[in-house]
Ligand binder design. Structure first.
Ligand code: ISL
Length: 574
């Protein structure tokens, strides 16, 4: 057997608590709602739950704006509820990973309140406060200290009129960036993390953690970004904050300060937009002790242009090129996360599958292809049911600050509101945030009250109750791919070889794993179209069919039906 760390053969399930299950009828999901549904997770067979933020928050960015790192927002419950959730999960052999959002706080966090109160405050330097650009007056157009644009539209700097200085926020105005250059900030974060470990949490998913080191010059200045065609007055500031000069130092320090001496080391996942394969090798090299795995975004940007709202057709060969590069780049050292969905992405069956006639086949094909790669797979709530994107009727149906801000700014700029809305329907994050569909009762069994965001009207057809006992369901197929990772070492530990890189219909690869009993090879095939296609793969006739997504036998190894996926195995004993 292998001495690889346990999380290499684990599957993570992400819970977005607002939308998972509501126990008290206020229309918002909560911790007791999760406790009531732990059976669903155990039945699916997942090893880890990653819980999106449940801390006190003004909810400007749905909890990613934290005003108290050490408590639970009353909307979600109490610390006692969290303790009970941890115990209930542990009883079922499931670990709990918390979301750690420390690139920024809420502007209502006491640290920022104090920082803002007075330029002489002891916490002034905990955030990035800067005077207007040289020679300009506070508030004058273009007087922001740099030309960086925020992820949620508009400048990444907001003026505080009381002092005439600006503060940096890469995300919303209510999410000021913490200054990690200041050692007091770092030790306050580490202290808080140690508290959660002592409470019994098993790890951290670290929000935009590769943004925490900014390229601060000796004089305290931050660099302007290059202005791309069509983006004026904003520049792309990412060189000033993505994987900045001290990022490896900070992560290694965090690891030492929080985990040193622990008998069980918590799992760490670095959410890292814009990370390169080369940097990911460094971040996840076990010898460097920074993070266990990265969670990167290259593949989910393939159908986007200059911004995420500029939606392009998806080409399978681009996906293979991206996944293939990551598989090869981390083959010897390092580890990656595997995912189609999270709370920021549209639903995969609507995005790259067929959410009409072939919903079940395409959702199960996508599951098979993803989970058979090397890396740790993530299932985002509802993905295991094949949940679709939401048919949003108007802007009034959206809740997400990213979508609402983009709509306001784009319409103000003179773009056609219907076209803006069309892009939001395809890429908007709220597609992932509609309530989990538990059964065919009102509001899909999510709440007895009025849900905070609309329930997808397809719930009478797409829901957990209709799927858990049906062997042909998306849920049952997810159960099988998860079990396969646990049972067949080649899935978690085998080498990866991409086949047919230029084929725009068939995704094909092999995995190979050798131990003292011999070698196991797997062949994975996925048809990304609604047509019958041929997969030009030689030498697999007679191999054992380990998993498929059609109930009846195939016509032959090379013949694939619409959205069909198959996994074959052959063994060579030593
Ligand atoms: O969804 C995105 C915008 O299109 C991503 O760029 C996203 O903002 C980025 O991946 C970082 O996401 C994380 O941090 C954000 C938060 O809004 C996201 O929900 C979170 O996953 C700020 O905390």
């Amino acid at each position: 057997m292998t001495d690889a760390p346990w999380w290499r053969s684990a599957v993570v399930y992400q819970i977005y608590p607002r939308s998972f299950a509501d126990s008290d009828g206020d229309g918002i999901g909560d911790l007791r709602g999760i406790i009531d549904r732990v059976d669903h997770l155990a039945r699916l067979g997942v090893d880890v739950v990653w819980l999106s933020p449940i801390y006190p928050s003004p909810q400007d960015d749905a909890g990613y704006d934290i005003s108290d790192y050490e408590n639970v927002d009353p909307t979600f419950g109490t610390l006692a509820d969290l303790d009970e959730l941890i115990a209930t999960l542990h009883d079922r052999g499931i670990k709990l990973v918390m979301d750690l959002v420390v690139n920024h706080t809420s502007d209502e966090h006491p640290w920022f309140v104090e920082s803002r109160s007075d330029p002489q405050s002891a916490k002034r330097d905990w955030y990035f406060w800067r005077p207007p650009r040289a020679g300009m007056e506070p508030g004058q157009p273009g007087a922001e200290p740099t030309n960086w644009v925020s992820f949620f539209s508009g400048p990444a700097w907001t003026l505080d009129p009381a002092t005439g200085e600006y503060y940096l926020h890469l995300f919303a105005r209510k999410q000021p960036d913490l200054n990690w250059e200041n050692p007091q900030v770092r030790s306050a974060v580490y202290r808080m993390m140690r508290g959660w470990v002592q409470r019994g949490v098993d790890g951290f998913r670290m929000d935009v953690v590769n943004f925490i080191s900014k390229a601060v010059g000796p004089d305290g200045s931050l660099p302007d970004g290059v202005v791309q065609p069509g983006t004026a007055p904003y520049g792309d500031g990412s060189a000033g904050y993505i994987c900045g000069p001290r990022i490896h130092e900070f992560l290694a320090e965090m690891n030492r300060e929080v985990f040193a001496g622990l008998s069980t080391v918590p799992i760490t996942v670095g959410e890292m937009p814009g990370v390169t394969v080369e940097d990911a090798v460094l971040f996840t090299d076990p010898a460097r002790a920074e993070v266990d795995m990265v969670f990167q975004f290259e593949h989910v940007s393939l159908d986007q242009g200059a911004t995420k709202w500029d939606v392009h057709p998806f080409r399978l060969r681009d996906l293979k090129a991206s996944f293939g590069r990551w598989q090869a780049g981390l083959a010897k050292t390092g580890w990656n996360s595997l995912y189609w969905n999270n709370h920021d992405q549209p639903r995969i069956v609507s995005r790259w599958g067929d959410d009409g006639a072939y919903r079940v086949q395409s959702a199960t094909m996508l599951a098979t292809v993803l989970h058979l790669h090397r890396g740790t797979p993530y299932v985002y709530q509802g993905e295991e049911l094949g949940m679709r994107n939401m048919p949003f009727a108007s802007i009034a149906d959206f809740r997400d600050i990213e979508s609402l801000n983009h709509y306001a700014v784009a319409v103000e700029r003179g773009e056609d509101p219907e076209q803006v809305l069309a892009a939001l329907r395809v890429m908007g994050r709220d597609n992932a945030r509609t309530p989990v569909q538990w059964d065919a009762s009102p509001h899909a069994g999510f709440t007895t009250g009025t849900p905070w965001i609309g329930v997808n009207p397809d719930y009478p057809e797409v829901n957990a109750a209709a799927q858990v006992d049906d062997p042909g369901s998306v849920f049952s197929h997810y159960r099988r791919v998860i079990a396969l990772r646990h049972d067949e070492p080649a899935v978690a530990h085998g080498d990866f070889t991409m086949l047919l890189p230029d084929d725009d219909a068939v995704y094909a690869f092999t995995r190979a794993y050798t131990d003292d009993r011999g070698t196991v090879e797997l062949l994975v095939l996925g048809n990304f179209t609604g047509d019958e296609v041929r997969a030009e793969v030689d030498g697999w006739n007679g191999a054992e069919l380990l998993l498929g997504n059609y109930p009846d036998a195939p016509d032959g190894v090379e013949q694939l039906r619409p959205w069909e996926a198959r996994v074959y195995r052959r063994t060579f004993s030593s």
